[in-house]
Design a protein around this ligand. Structure first.
Ligand code: APR
Ligand code: PHB
Length: 390
């Protein structure tokens, strides 16, 4: 098989790029190692910045997001028994975020690919990129006993943190930057009315907690836990009791609890690889960088990669202009690092660090005291949360 752009990974990054390019008449093939059901079974975060929402509209897959997603003009930071509001709309001159599950984003993208007849090959095993430094790279994959080959002009690695793309780059050609945090998030999804119409990020001496939602009947809550904890250890009862302890009393008293329908522990990590290109392989999304979820930047950091690559590939094919492709890595990394900085800041300000000193604790308190006494500091937080311009 032959195509113009071979995309590894059928998560939101790969599907969105494929959809946008298809609409411009550029051929793509997406190779995904899992089944569609498996990909759609993963529960992921649910805050979309306005720039990502705009890309979904450009990709003609935003109808349900615009109908069912909730526009959030603000969120709360709870600390010291109170909650302070961050007025995103007021502080950014009218910007907001859309609360809409990433799983739903992926579902809409699959529907969009189906409607246009896009090629997404599922259960592609042993995907391997070849001859990446040549003008004729190709991909191989296995389906059952058969090994297949796809020739392409470019390979785009959208295969997440554990994918094969980044690992195909010789170690001496890239540099990795990483911070692993000494805790994880235990997340619970429950069919209950959310405790607050807007998200609450809570800093507490027992550890961080987050009240989020997917809709007015579906809640998503998280608590910071040691990395050694297991899901089995956390019965629903223990989870709700611990969540309540970490919330201001008036919030805790309103919390409606119920059976969990999903429960998982995710470690927190910051990671960036530089550069995001090797020959004719371009990395995008989680394949190139991941953030701890505290700033809601994960998918939103992927969005700018896709935006830059989309325009660079359109310029290449339609105008024979390669400046976008040549400048991709530097441009993408400039925004990626700003997302990293913000996610690191939210994480260090709001979590309890097991090895943290009294001095560190005072600095955390002072960060929040400064934030809520300075409209300029608050505006900076809001600007980052709604998403910096692409
Ligand atoms: N071959 C083919 N597909 C692969 C391979 C491989 N070797 N390895 C991984 N994949 C697939 C995964 O099964 C997954 O469906 O690549 C896809 C990667 O998707 P995501 O991990 O969702 O990454 P991405 O599309 O970049 O999404 C952006 O930002 O913080 C996150 O949670 C957020 O997942 C979201 C991400
Ligand atoms: C979520 O709803 O899953 C969510 C929301 C905001 C975050 C992280 C996760 O910062």
């Amino acid at each position: 098989m032959k195509t113009q752009v071979g995309i590894i990974g059928g998560g939101p990054s790969g599907l969105l790029l494929s959809q946008l390019l298809h609409l411009q008449g550029i051929e793509t093939v997406v190779l995904e190692q899992h089944s569609r059901e498996y990909v759609l079974g993963r529960i992921r975060a649910g805050v979309l910045e306005h720039g990502f929402a705009a890309l979904m509209r450009e990709a003609q897959v935003a109808e349900r997001m615009d109908r069912e997603g909730e526009i959030h003009d603000g969120f709360y930071i709870a600390h010291d028994g109170i909650k302070d509001r961050v007025d995103l709309k007021g502080l950014t001159g009218g910007n907001s975020v859309v609360v809409y599950g990433q799983t739903e984003v992926t579902r809409d993208l699959y529907d969009g690919r189906d409607k246009l007849g896009g090629i997404v090959i599922h259960n592609a095993e042993d995907v391997k990129p070849h001859d990446l430094e040549s003008a004729h790279p190709y991909l191989t994959y296995r389906q059952g006993d058969e090994v297949k080959r796809i020739d392409c002009d470019y390979v785009i690695g959208c295969d997440g943190f554990h994918g094969v793309s980044r690992k195909s780059i010789p170690k001496d050609k890239i540099r990795e930057f990483e911070r692993v945090y000494p805790f994880g998030w235990l997340g619970v999804l429950s069919r209950t009315k959310p405790v607050s119409p807007e998200l609450i990020y809570a800093k507490h001496e027992r550890g961080f907690a987050l009240c989020s939602l997917r809709s007015q009947v579906l809640s998503r809550y998280y608590i910071q836990v040691p990395l050694t904890d297991t899901v089995e250890q956390w019965t629903d009862e223990l989870f709700w009791a611990e969540l309540k302890r970490r919330l201001p009393a008036d919030v805790a008293s309103q919390l409606i609890t119920g059976a969990s329908i999903e429960k998982s522990i995710a470690p927190l990590r910051s990671f960036v690889v530089e550069p995001m290109r090797f020959g004719n392989l371009f990395l995008a999304g989680d394949a190139a960088h991941i953030v701890p979820p505290t700033g809601a930047r994960g998918l939103n950091s992927a969005a700018s990669d896709i935006y830059y690559l989309y325009h660079a590939l359109v310029d290449h094919y339609k105008k024979h202009d390669d400046s976008g492709l040549d400048g991709y890595s530097a441009k993408a990394l400039a925004r990626v690092w700003k997302g990293q900085r913000f996610s690191w800041w939210m994480t260090t300000t709001l979590h309890r660090f097991p090895e943290g000193s009294d001095f560190d604790g005072r600095l955390q308190d002072t960060e929040l005291a400064y934030l809520f006494s300075s409209p300029k500091a608050l505006a900076s937080l809001a600007e980052n949360y709604v998403g910096l311009p692409f």
